[in-house]
Design a protein around this ligand. Structure first.
Ligand code: ATP
Length: 297
C-alpha cells in the first residue's frame, strides 16, 4: 500500500505543479482555452546564442480571420536596445509578445531574430533566448528558492542567488527568518506586487536571456513601488534586447524608441521628447496620465 501511495502522491503533486505552471503561462498571456501548440518545422534550426536583433516585418495577425488585430507592424529592436510599445487597451500590445514567443504564428509578414524567421527556429532555442516578466506573476506554493530556480532548472544555488541579488531581492531575503527556504504563495508568505515582480525578474534573469519581454502590470501601484520597478526594469534590460509593453508612460521615458499602437497599427514612433513635441496621440496620453496622477494625489 505504501509502495503504491508514494507514486500516486508524487503524481498528484506533479499534476498540481503542472497545472499551476500552465496557469502561470495562461495568465502571462491571457490565453485561456486556446491552442498553444505551434509545431517546429521539420528543418528547424537552433537559434545560436548571443546578442539578438529583433525585427517585426510587416506583421499581420488575427485570432479570428474576421477581425484583424495587427495590420502591418514593422519595427526593429537593435541588439542591446529597449523599445517600448504603448497604446490603449486592446490595441494589440500583448499580441506582439505572444507572437514573438510563438504561441501563435503571424498571418502575414515575419518576425526575425538576427535575420532568421522565427518560424524556422526550434521553439526550445527560441524560448530559451527570451525571458518574460509577466503582468501578474503566479507563485508556486513552495519555497522562494524553488520559485526562482524554476526559471532555469539546471541552475546552481550560486546562480539562483546571483539572479535574486540582480533583481534586488537580496536584502528582502536576508530579512526573512528562513531566507530562501521561506514558503511563499497562497499557503505561505504573501508577497507584495513589487516583491512578486522582483521574483519574476530574478526568474527571467536566471535564464540570462538575450531578449527580455517586460509586460507591465496594469494594476495601480504606489509611486514608490512604481519607481522601484522602473529602476529594476532598467537594470534587467541593460545589455539585452528589450521589448517593454507599458501601461504607464512614466515607465518608458528612457526607452530608445517608443511605438504607439492604435487599432493594430503604428500611429507614432520616436523618443519620449520627440513624441511630446509632436503633440499627437502620445502627447495626449501623457497629458491624461499626468492629470490622473495629479488627481490621485
Ligand atoms: P491591454 O493593454 O488591455 O493588455 P493589449 O493592447 O495588450 O491590451 P491584446 O491583448 O494584444 O491587447 O489584444 C488585442 C485584441 O485581441 C483585443 O481586442 C483582444 O480582445 C483580442 N484578443 C486577445 N487574445 C485573444 C484570443 N486568444 N482570442 C481572440 N481574441 C483575442
Amino acid at each position: 500500500m505504501l509502495q503504491l501511495s508514494i507514486p500516486l502522491n508524487f503524481l498528484g503533486v506533479m499534476y498540481r505543479e503542472l497545472r499551476q505552471a500552465l496557469t502561470d503561462i495562461e495568465r502571462m498571456f491571457g490565453l485561456l482555452h486556446v491552442n498553444q501548440e505551434v509545431a517546429d518545422a521539420p528543418s528547424a534550426s537552433a537559434l545560436p546564442p548571443g546578442a539578438a536583433t529583433l525585427r517585426f516585418d510587416a506583421v499581420r495577425f488575427a485570432y479570428d480571420p474576421k477581425r484583424p488585430i495587427l495590420r502591418g507592424i514593422s519595427f526593429e529592436v537593435p541588439a542591446g536596445h529597449t523599445v517600448a510599445v504603448v497604446g490603449h487597451s486592446g490595441a494589440g500590445k500583448s499580441t506582439l509578445a505572444r507572437l514573438l514567443y510563438r504561441f501563435y504564428d503571424v498571418s502575414d509578414g515575419a518576425i526575425r531574430i538576427n535575420g532568421m524567421d522565427i518560424r524556422g527556429l526550434t521553439q526550445s532555442s527560441l524560448r530559451a533566448a527570451i525571458g518574460i516578466v509577466p503582468q501578474d506573476t503566479v507563485l508556486f506554493n513552495d519555497t522562494l528558492y524553488y520559485n526562482i530556480h524554476y526559471g532555469r532548472p539546471d541552475a546552481s544555488r550560486e546562480e539562483v542567488e546571483a539572479a535574486a541579488a540582480a533583481a534586488q531581492l537580496g536584502d528582502f531575503v536576508a530579512r526573512l527568518p528562513d531566507g530562501y527556504d521561506t514558503r511563499v504563495g497562497e499557503r505561505g508568505l504573501k508577497l507584495s506586487g513589487g516583491e512578486k515582480q522582483r521574483v519574476a525578474i530574478a526568474r527571467a534573469l536566471l535564464k540570462n536571456p538575450a531578449i527580455l519581454i517586460f509586460d507591465e502590470a496594469t494594476s495601480a501601484l504606489d509611486s514608490k513601488t512604481e519607481k522601484a520597478i522602473q529602476a529594476q526594469l532598467e537594470q534587467a534590460a541593460a545589455g539585452r534586447t528589450a521589448l517593454v509593453i507599458a501601461h504607464r508612460l512614466s515607465t518608458v521615458m528612457k526607452a530608445d524608441e517608443i511605438i504607439v499602437l492604435d487599432q493594430g497599427e503604428i500611429v507614432e514612433r520616436g523618443s519620449h521628447a520627440a513624441l511630446l513635441a509632436a503633440g499627437g496621440h502620445y502627447a495626449r496620453m501623457w497629458a491624461l496620465q499626468q492629470q490622473e496622477a495629479h488627481d490621485d494625489r
